[in-house]
Ligand binder design. Structure first.
Ligand code: NI
Length: 147
């Protein structure tokens, strides 16, 4: 009888135990933040912090990686035809855009969230392209590499 792998059973990643040295006051701050953030133990909190550092570095450096995330931007609809420009740019990057939402705010302001997935370089280009529009008030990127 052939064996089928069950896609719902998560493969266990082997764990490595490490020992690290930290300044005591840094560890106290870490523990306080960890408790406030709702983590039950240091290992899980540290894993999240490490992922965050890796993602941050991947985004800023020229790393070639795959990932997913969201670009969140705020702009004034009436400045430099921002709406049309944004749509035109997004069409060019449809291969990395999974979805987008547009929320109309007060005073002709709009909030757009673009959910992205795929090649980090393309997503980086998309963010750069969008941020070049003069009507953009704020553009934030939250990218997570698939590690
Ligand atoms: Ni709007």
């Amino acid at each position: 009888m052939p064996k089928h792998s069950n896609p719902y059973i998560k493969k266990k990643t082997p764990l490595t135990r490490i020992s690290i040295s930290l300044p005591s006051d840094l560890l106290t701050k870490f523990d306080n933040s960890m408790v406030r953030a709702g983590y039950a133990d240091r290992s899980k909190a540290l894993q999240t912090a490490i992922h965050s550092l890796i993602d941050d570095y991947s985004w800023k450096s020229g790393d070639n990686t795959e990932g997913a995330g969201a670009l969140i931007m705020m702009y004034n609809n009436h400045v430099y035809n921002q709406d049309k420009k944004s749509t035109r740019i997004q069409h060019k990057y449809s291969d990395v855009i999974s979805a987008s939402t547009h929320v109309h705010l007060k005073d002709d302001n709009c909030l757009e969230t673009i959910i992205v997935k795929g090649d980090i370089n393309k997503i980086r280009d998309l963010a750069k392209h969008l941020s070049e529009n003069r009507g953009i008030k704020s553009l934030k990127v939250n990218f997570m590499s698939v590690v």
